[in-house]
Each structure stands twice: as structure tokens, then as C-alpha cells.
Design a protein around this ligand. Structure first.
Ligand code: GCB
Length: 620
């Protein structure tokens, strides 16, 4: 039975006594540093800082019985030292968990698509990587994790540095006390077990890709450093940029400065007791960011020894009646939904190239908008959307039936929402924060998501709040009156006329009744087709059938007076275990306009024509 003696931040000695095979008592001793790990933090613009990459090959140990996480004595829930510990020659016990002999996994990358035996694996996997490092004096060193699905724990040189929950947001662990000059090693445990009280919960319609799915790096900042900032164009004062910079560790009287060299604009303000400097300054000659002219400016943010070179666009977005106004002018969001599925190789998307391919197809479609479903996507998607001029709906993973009456689940959703907004709030591309997708209409649900909507609004009052709602039907009328609509600026609705509901022609006789005088986005519609499978337009799974759905949807959508956008489901086929139909789906949701191998289906061209001719939505 393990027992140990620990002092805070001291060497922890494990004494492990067990009965060996021949009846002898064997005493194992192992040491590791025990130090209270701090909660990870958000660093806005982490990707704009100089960093030491930890990407590449990591040793991996699969742990389906959770032995490393929970030890042999489940009730103790002690993180298993024998897995975060690194074996040394001469250790007085058998080193079964030996990273030097373990097979490798690539980071970034889900584990499922890297090893056949891991395709359906759910549980913890241990990762280890050696790195050499020379910390500079008077700095903080952060381990930056782009995403780890779903729960993760990190140790540096055997010292626990943090743990995190949520598979789609980035976070930063302070490893200053644990890292040293010369050789170091980092161990991570990542567990993608689905649980009832997680966000998302046990059922989704996408692959539960596990692992260190996005970039990992070390970021070194001065002792006093800029952790978060928000700069945006004022909605009310023309030519004014406003916002704030937060500086951790700032002394009273410290200043924060912002410079936009191309506009010859700069400002500075005192950092207050709350660590924030409020900024408000005039800019002349600003070219506003829009899908047609996605102008980005270099923005230098400085405080003391710390500085970040940002690349930002400036625009406003608001709602007036049933209009969405971008830079004060009505806009129609010609869009499409996207999952973070990697084109051509499948698996979780993470690279610049993945983002360029996916958003390149959005542009080719003639679209100006992408709904990034159903969770926050990688930073590179947002950077590329800024650069390419694609407006973005960014969504938190509140999907289907969560435990809406469980306060712990609300806390998890709030944490992920905070991380999403605090990380991504400076992207001109993002215009909508989506709180949820297709949630059941119950009082607990409405309260839960209403709480999230208020939180999002207070974190970021400059963007619009939305959610994709379910609709109900009365005869041939679709009614959008989910009470959650009261909490939203823009109503999103999903419908599958012609696929889950009747034939495509049913759309011809469907009317829409919307209880809210607010802009409406048809946030999903569509149907499956296997690329290259042809037949008559009433034969399901063929490209012709899918094309026919689009042919009937478009005239129906044109009749909805307050429709201000659409994002059919979906740009590209994606893996989902819910889609087993052999020979057709083979564990892929085939509602893509493009296959996972990049083949465009007929429906792509129907939508492209409508978007290019702007024959749906208001002409701009
Ligand atoms: C939906 C969900 C989406 C699914 C899609 C489908 O309503 O929002 O996540 O993948 O339908 O294909 O059924």
C-alpha cells in the first residue's frame, strides 16, 4: 500500500511496499517533486510570442485501466508516480512504464488516426518528451497547450504543473518552478473518456479524437507580463479604438501602451489596481476590416519589458431590428458549417495548411461566413479567417443534452466559454459567439444557457450572441419560438427537411413562423451523399439526391423575410461513430459538400451558383 510524506514544493518520497511473488516484502522508493500546481491561465495572442516548440514525436503509454491516474487504490486518486516518473538505470523496482522503450505519437495530432489500435480508444494515454532549456533570470515560463482532449494533467521533471478540463481551448501552465537549465522532461496524461457530466457530454455526432491535438510550446515572458487584451473599434464613436490591456504583476504607476504604426496612432494608460489599463484613442484613415477588404494592421502592445506584435483588423458588428450590420451596413451571411476535421488525411485539424484548405473552399464557394461547429477551433483557423476575410460563428461545446441541472456542468461550460472568449476576442473575423447547439427546451436548459449568454455578453459586449435552436412543426409550418431566443441577439435554427424529414420537395410547401423580431440564420440543413455515387434524384445517398435537397431549400429560404444568413451542414465529410452504414458512410457523416478526400459533390456547385449570384439573401 503506498504511503508518502510531503511538504509543499518539496521532494516527495514515495514508499511503496508490496507483496512480491515469493512472499517477500519488497520496498520501492521513488522520489518526485511535490508542489501545488497552479491553475492554467489564458494568454491572449500566445501564438504571436516567441516560443520553443515541443511539437514532434512524444513517447506514449496507453493506460486503459487508469493505473497511472488513480494508482492501484482507486479511492486514493493519487496521480501514479510510476508513470510521471522517468526510469533511471539501477532503480530498485521493475520499470514497466519505460518511456525510452515506448512507441511514439506525433504532437500535434489525435492518437486515433495515428495507430489503428487507437481508432476507437477512449481512456488515458501518457505522453513524454525530453527537452533542453536555458531559462533566463526574471522570467515566467509557460507550457502552452493548444488543446488536449478532454482532460489533461502535466508534470515537468516529475513535478505536477497543472491540470485542465475541456478539449478545445488553449491554456498555459506556469512551469517556472519546475523547469531547470539543461535537460528536462515533460509528462502529460490525456484522458478522452466521455462522461455524463462533461461538456460536451457522452453523445455527440463527431469523433472523440483524443490526445494532444494542437501545438505545444514553451513561452517565456518577463516577470511582469501582458496576459490578456481586448482592442476593438467603438460602435458608438467613429474612428475610436477602445479596449484594455491586462498586465500581471504590474506595480502601481506601470503603463500599458498600444501603437499602430501604419496609422501613426499610439496611446498609453496607467495600469490600475485590478491590473487593467483602459484604452480609448482616435485613429485617422483606418480602413475597416470586411470580407471584401480584410485589412489587418500591425499592433504593438507593450508594458514594461513585455511586448506583443499583433495583427488585427477593426470593424463593428451589431443588430438593428432584423438586420445584421457590419460596419454599419446590412450584410447577409453566405456561409457553411465546418468541423475541425483535417482535409485529405482525416483526424483533428490543427495545421495552417488545414485551415488554408478549408477556408480556401469557403472562398471558392462564394461564401463570406463559416460556422465553426461545435467547439472552439484552432487559433490558426481564426488567423486565416482574419487574413482571408471569412466571418466566423465560434461555438462552445454545449451540444445536445447536457446535465443542465448540474451546477458542476455549468461551471465547466463557463470555464470553456471564458477560455474561448479571452483567447480569441481580438479576431475581427469572429462576429458571433454561439452558446449551444440543438438543446432540449426545458426550464433548466433555458436557465443554463441564459447564464452563459449573460456571461458572454459581459465578457465581450462587442459581438452578437447566438445559438442553434431546434424548431417545432405544426402541419406544414415550422415554428421558431424556443424561449431561449429571448437571450439571443441572432436566432440560429437547424432543420433537415428532405433528409430526416420527408422528401426534398417538402420544402416547397413549408412556411416559417418566427416568434422573434431578430435576425435569423439557418444554421444547418442538408443531407448525406457519397462522393461519386450517382443515381436518380430520389435515390438517397447519391449526389443527385443531396443536390435536390439544396435545389428545394434555396427557394424556401428566399421566402423567409428575416433570414440574414445560412450555413448548411457541412463543408466536408467528417468522421462520426454514429454513421455506420457500410459501403456508404463507413463511420463518416457524408453531408459534406466536399468529401474528406477533397472531391466536390454536385450540391457544392448549386450552392456556389446561388452564393456567387447572390440569389439568396439581401443584395449588399
Ligand atoms: C445536427 C447536428 C450535427 C449533426 C447533424 C447530422 O442537427 O447539429 O452535429 O452532425 O445534425 O448530420 O445529423
Amino acid at each position: 500500500m503506498p504511503s508518502f510524506f510531503a511538504r509543499p514544493c518539496s521532494r516527495r518520497v514515495f514508499l511503496w511496499i508490496t507483496a512480491a511473488g515469493c512472499g517477500l516484502l519488497v520496498v520501492f522508493l521513488a522520489a518526485s517533486n511535490a508542489c501545488a500546481a497552479s491553475a492554467p491561465i489564458v494568454l491572449t495572442g500566445a501564438d504571436r510570442r516567441a516560443a520553443t516548440s515541443l511539437d514532434g514525436e512524444w513517447a506514449s503509454i496507453v493506460d486503459p485501466y487508469f493505473s497511472g491516474l488513480f494508482s492501484f487504490h482507486h479511492e486514493e486518486k493519487k496521480n501514479g508516480w510510476f508513470v510521471n516518473y522517468k526510469a533511471k538505470p539501477g532503480d530498485p523496482f521493475p520499470t514497466e512504464y519505460d518511456y525510452s522503450k515506448a512507441p511514439k505519437l506525433k504532437v500535434p495530432g489525435d492518437w486515433n488516426t495515428q495507430r489503428e489500435s487507437l481508432m476507437f480508444y477512449e481512456g488515458p494515454i501518457w505522453y513524454e518528451k525530453d527537452f533542453s532549456y536555458e531559462p533566463k533570470p526574471h522570467t515566467h515560463i509557460f507550457l502552452h497547450v493548444g488543446a488536449a482532449n478532454y482532460r489533461s494533467w502535466f508534470w515537468v521533471n516529475g513535478q505536477k504543473v497543472c491540470e485542465h478540463e475541456g478539449g478545445f481551448t488553449s491554456f498555459n501552465c506556469d512551469i517556472t518552478q519546475a523547469v531547470h537549465s539543461g535537460s528536462n522532461f515533460v509528462v502529460a496524461a490525456v484522458d478522452n473518456t466521455r462522461r455524463e457530466d462533461n461538456v460536451p457530454t457522452v453523445q455527440t455526432d463527431w469523433w472523440n479524437y483524443g490526445g494532444l491535438t494542437r501545438d505545444l510550446s514553451l513561452i517565456e515572458v518577463p516577470e511582469t507580463f501582458i496576459d490578456q487584451y481586448d482592442l476593438h473599434l467603438s460602435r458608438t464613436e467613429d474612428g475610436v479604438i477602445e479596449g484594455w490591456v491586462h498586465v500581471t504583476g504590474a506595480e502601481p504607476g506601470a503603463k500599458a501602451e498600444v501603437q499602430i504604426p501604419d496609422l501613426k496612432a499610439s496611446t498609453s494608460a496607467d495600469v490600475g489596481a485590478d491590473g487593467r489599463a483602459a484604452l480609448h484613442f482616435n485613429v485617422k484613415g483606418l480602413e475597416r476590416w470586411s470580407p471584401e477588404t480584410p485589412r489587418l494592421y500591425k499592433v504593438v502592445i507593450r508594458s514594461g519589458q513585455d511586448s506583443i506584435d499583433e495583427l488585427m483588423g477593426f470593424r463593428t458588428v451589431e443588430v438593428r431590428g432584423t438586420e445584421i450590420l457590419l460596419n454599419g451596413k446590412p450584410i447577409f451571411l453566405r456561409g457553411v458549417c465546418i468541423h475541425a476535421e483535417a482535409p485529405y488525411r482525416t483526424g483533428r485539424a490543427y495545421s495552417d495548411k488545414d485551415a488554408e484548405t478549408l477556408l480556401g473552399w469557403v472562398k471558392e464557394l462564394g461564401a463570406n461566413f463559416a460556422r465553426l461547429a461545435h467547439y472552439p477551433h484552432a487559433e490558426t483557423m481564426l488567423r486565416n479567417a482574419d487574413r482571408m476575410g471569412v466571418l466566423v460563428w465560434s461555438e462552445n461545446p454545449v451540444y445536445w443534452a447536457l446535465q443542465f441541472d448540474n451546477p458542476k456542468v455549468l461551471a465547466k461550460a463557463e470555464q470553456q466559454l471564458d477560455e474561448e472568449i479571452n483567447t480569441s476576442r481580438n479576431h475581427a473575423a469572429i462576429v458571433l459567439w454561439s452558446m449551444a447547439n440543438e438543446t432540449p427546451n426545458t426550464p433548466a436548459r433555458t436557465q443554463f444557457i441564459g447564464t452563459l449568454a449573460s456571461r458572454a455578453r459581459s465578457l465581450d459586449p462587442t459581438r452578437l450572441i447566438t445559438a442553434a435552436l431546434l424548431v417545432r412543426a405544426q402541419g406544414s409550418t415550422k415554428i421558431v419560438d424556443d424561449p431561449l431566443g429571448n437571450a439571443l441577439d441572432v436566432i440560429g435554427t437547424n432543420e433537415y427537411i428532405g433528409w430526416y424529414e420527408g422528401h426534398p420537395e417538402k420544402a416547397d410547401t413549408t412556411q416559417w413562423q418566427i416568434a422573434y423580431q431578430k435576425p435569423l440564420i439557418m444554421s444547418e440543413f442538408g443531407g448525406d451523399a457519397k462522393a461519386g455515387l450517382h443515381g436518380k434524384e430520389d435515390e438517397r445517398w447519391t449526389e443527385e439526391y443531396q443536390a435536390n435537397i439544396y435545389r428545394h431549400q434555396l427557394p424556401m429560404l428566399r421566402k423567409i423575410a428575416q433570414l440574414r444568413g445560412m450555413s448548411p451542414w457541412i463543408l466536408m465529410d467528417f468522421r462520426s461513430p454514429n454513421r455506420p452504414l457500410a459501403g456508404i458512410q463507413d463511420e463518416f457523416n457524408r453531408k459534406g459538400l466536399i468529401s474528406d478526400q477533397g472531391e466536390k459533390k454536385q450540391a457544392f456547385f448549386i450552392l456556389q451558383k446561388a452564393y456567387k449570384e447572390k440569389s439568396v439573401g439581401n443584395p449588399e
